[in-house]
Design a protein around this ligand. Structure first.
Ligand code: CTP
Ligand code: MN
Ligand code: MN
Ligand code: MN
Length: 368
């Protein structure tokens, strides 16, 4: 672990926004174990220790080599006593117990459905339901619109989206958008912008040159997708954005911009090379894909791009760093300097990193 020694002497920051984390995770055996514990805690609603495990996994993802000895973890931040058994045996017995625990497995299955969170999953579990087949065939299980779509397209949605499929989605949205407004722009964000080869959805930011036209653009894009017959599901969230509002202290995953969570019908003919990620026996010639679109006003584009690129842990630490180290408040809408009582303008992500006094981290180095 000579390489690690070098890392330790150069000090690993406790903040993910001061680490460069690529997709090349050398400590996957440990981070996978942490992720099982995180899921378990999320099912049981224990926020505190959950965050500690997320931070520990995130530090490990940033290391240039695999931890070999317990002592390797010594100088590293966020890797306290609670992580000991994970290092000692890679997969600790608690993780192995969870993996074969009926309740954990069922919760994992149910929460993997679009629109189903821990509360609904728990309710179904307590009713004695164990499979998705049982859920759909129970006459007295009430499903909302999102859950009905989640179950209807479950097979497609739970299968990863390839880069070629994401590109095909991008061409469809771009073409649709440019028919409405030739000057509008579209930017890939989320996991695919961080370089992931597969995603659970495709995330795009739509933007107009002038602030104020974005909400109408998004509504018209949705209308046209519907007219083309490829809109399988749409949850539209209108703007609740207030220009005067200052970022709040609490971490909010949701922003106030107009956005939509969609399921689109992707035709195999539109996907270059490889084709669809379908099973060979699947002869439909199309698949369902989850797509998220957000349309911020032009002057808030940079904050939205930074916020939607993720990873979630990277975002969480950017905001924590801003607040604790700089006395600033950051979210998807704005950056606010509490000492000077001013909003700091930004045209690019680089502007925001500069305001925060942080070295620029490339999107593919934000896989924290
Ligand atoms: N996000 C957000 N507001 C939302 C939805 C998402 O700010 N209403 C942010 C999330 O915090 C995340 C990013 O957008 O940083 C992308 O979210 P998501 O698509 O859930 O995750 P990805 O990182 O893209 O990973 P995946 O491949 O699973 O989609
Ligand atoms: Mn995504
Ligand atoms: Mn996700
Ligand atoms: Mn998304």
């Amino acid at each position: 672990s000579q390489q690690l020694g070098t890392v330790l002497t150069s000090r690993v920051s406790q903040y993910a926004c001061q680490r460069r984390t690529t997709l090349d995770n050398r400590n996957k055996i440990f981070t996978d174990a942490f992720e099982v514990l995180v899921e378990h805690l999320e099912f049981s609603d224990s926020k505190g220790p959950c965050l500690a495990f997320k931070r520990a996994a995130s530090v490990l993802k940033s290391l240039p080599s695999t931890l070999r000895h317990l002592g390797d973890a010594d100088g590293l931040p966020c890797l306290g006593e609670h992580c000991r058994d994970i290092f000692e045996c890679g997969k600790c017995s608690r993780v192995e117990d969870l993996m074969c625990n009926e309740k954990f497995r069922t919760m994992k299955l149910f929460t993997s459905v679009f629109g189903v969170g821990p509360k609904t999953a728990e309710k179904w579990y307590h009713r004695g339901l164990r499979t998705l087949q049982e859920v759909v065939s129970q006459p007295n299980v009430h499903l909302n619109k999102m859950q009905r779509a989640g179950l209807l397209y479950y097979r497609d949605i739970s299968r990863g989206i390839s880069r070629a499929e994401a590109d095909a989605v991008g061409r469809i949205i771009a073409e649709t958008m440019h028919c409405i407004s030739p000057s509008a722009t579209m930017t890939l964000t989320g996991g695919f912008r961080r370089g992931k080869a597969f995603g659970h959805d495709v995330d795009y930011i739509l933007s107009t040159p002038e602030s104020g036209a974005e909400e109408a653009l998004l509504l018209r894009v949705i209308d046209r997708l519907r007219y083309q017959g490829i809109l399988l599901y749409c949850d539209y969230q209108e703007s609740t954005f207030d220009k005067e509002r200052i970022p709040c202290r609490r971490f909010e995953a949701m922003d106030h911009f107009p956005k939509c969570f969609l399921i689109l019908k992707l035709d195999a003919m539109t996907v270059e090379d490889g084709g669809l990620q379908n099973n060979p026996e699947d002869q439909r010639g199309w698949r369902a894909v989850r797509v998220d679109l957000v349309a911020p006003p032009a002057d808030r584009y940079a904050y939205t791009l930074l916020g939607w690129t993720g990873s979630t842990q990277f975002e969480r630490d950017l905001r924590r760093f801003a607040r604790l180290e700089r006395g600033m408040l950051l979210d998807n809408h704005a950056l606010y300097d509490r000492n000077k009582s001013i909003l700091l303008p930004a045209k690019t992500e680089e502007d925001i990193f500069a305001h925060l006094g942080l070295e620029y981290i490339e999107p593919w180095q934000r896989n924290a």
